[in-house]
Design a protein around this ligand. Sequence first.
Ligand code: PEP
Ligand code: MG
Length: 597
Amino acid sequence: MKKKTNTEKPKIEQELTGESVVTGWGLGKAYFVGRAVQQQETSVVTISREAVGGEIIRFNEIRDRARKDYRKLIQDLDSESTVDASILDVYEHILDDPSFIGQVVETISAKMYDLETSIRMVSNDFIKRFESAGTAYLKERASDMVEVCEKLVSYLHCGEDGSRTKTFVDSVVLVVLRTFTPTDILSYDRSKISAVITVSGGKTSHAAILARSYNIPVISGVRNISDHINPNDEILVDSDKGTVYVYPNPRLVDAYRKKTHGEEIYRELRSKWNRPVYTRDGIKIEVLANISLPEDVEEAVQNGADGIGLVRTEYLLSNRKDMPTEEAHMAYYDSILSKGRGKHCTIRLMDIGGDKIPQFFDMPQEFNPFMGWRAIRIFLERKEIFETQVLAILKAGQGYDYSIMVPMVTTLQEWIEAKAFIREVAAKAGMPMPRCGVLFEVPLATLEINMFMKEIDFASIGTNDLIQYLSAADRNNSKVNYLYNPVEPAFLRIIRNAIKIANDNGKPLSICGEMAGHPLHTVLLVGLGLRRFSVMPRSIPLIKEIIANISFAEAAESISHIDVIESMEEMLEWLKNLNLRLLGDVLKRIPYIESSV
Ligand code: PEP
Ligand code: MG
């Protein structure tokens, strides 16, 4: 039986400010991601006497595992690698150091602390000694000790397949002292993450998309975090206001606990919209779900998804040690397809690159990763990796209604080559060619969408990337967020054109970027002619409720006005008025629209 003891003293309330990236509020103890060695020392977990032997055996096992991993890393280093192999030897020395081993074993058996606590405590002692040493050489050993400690602790939260999910006893507020990444969420038990505070990260970064779909509020751009927050401090995050309260007073906490967030209305809409939606004048609009993990499908189905419009398959690679085998791929698709209750599912081939780089993937250093080697560009060069994925989709997809989508296509030539390869894999396996489509998220392809029409079965617009490429504003960078805007007139005219071309050619087109899931944009997108939305599961009932209350013809007629609007500010104002005019009181029933309009 493990018991957690907290030795922190109470403190007085302080307020910090930042920028809201995902709205909502959350309360929990501060947990510093990736700085566990020096920061989290106050959290101690004790074990029973019977558990001591097991913890020592585990210690030897994870040391062996770390040694093997470091050796493999040395073997894999190529001549151009910037990693110095001698540093890896140093890590091995630490792992075999009798004094380190002895002290960890002693801490487990004498103090009866669990393995993680013992490794952290002993490492901390070493780090302090190294840091106060006179020579530069010894000072540098402190960071080696941090590396080895983090490596060992990481195995303690690893599953058999190398996936890792750390659990917490109480709710935590994750504190990320760098740019926030998807792994920061996927490495922990999500049900215990009540909020995230980070130094930087934009609203449509992949980490923010994940947090939003799991209803985890995020505040970014908080300055000097470590001067104000210590591990285990009690934190209240109000992302709607952009405020972080450190040691909030109990009355404030009570007031937040009483907030309902429109949950009743949300529940009501959720049970109402477990069916297809039509506009008031009878046009059917599909509302599909974007998902990353098999468990998201259940939520999507419960929220009334008409299908799955985007499976972000690269999340299959998160927290893994190696490329997944064909069997691992198959298990993932099988689980998604079987949970989807026969509804259509669009599986996107892995969008590796940009901010989604698996730990094990041999990615060259790039100055501009979002403009670099990503998605289809990797696919066409490393076909063997994607052959495994395509084959697994074909096999798992037998008997299901599914299609394959390829991300980041820039030219028609690329698409034709990718499609020919999928056909070849299908032919080799003796399986039928699935329906295949393009994710339009690169301006060049989107502007030339008409060229693709004969060659695709369907299209989807990835507005998250399209906006960043059109406005040259990094989606991860909150500093340039003011330029990253889905209601920019020029951008809206571009997507209107793409929707029209697809509609005229009878090719289904969806929008699967974040803008489609925001109730503020629903009338606008229907007016632009969109008949297929693909959004995070939580948004589905809200989007359907709006669609049911508008007329397709009326929305389309109003939209011609976007041609005369010159600025984003003017567009926003016009859009708010349009929403009020066409939706009136319905707006009041949409839980999230008020704060965002
Ligand atoms: C997009 O770019 O809009 C998209 C759906 O893909 P992702 O957010 O995964 O890059
Ligand atoms: Mg994209």
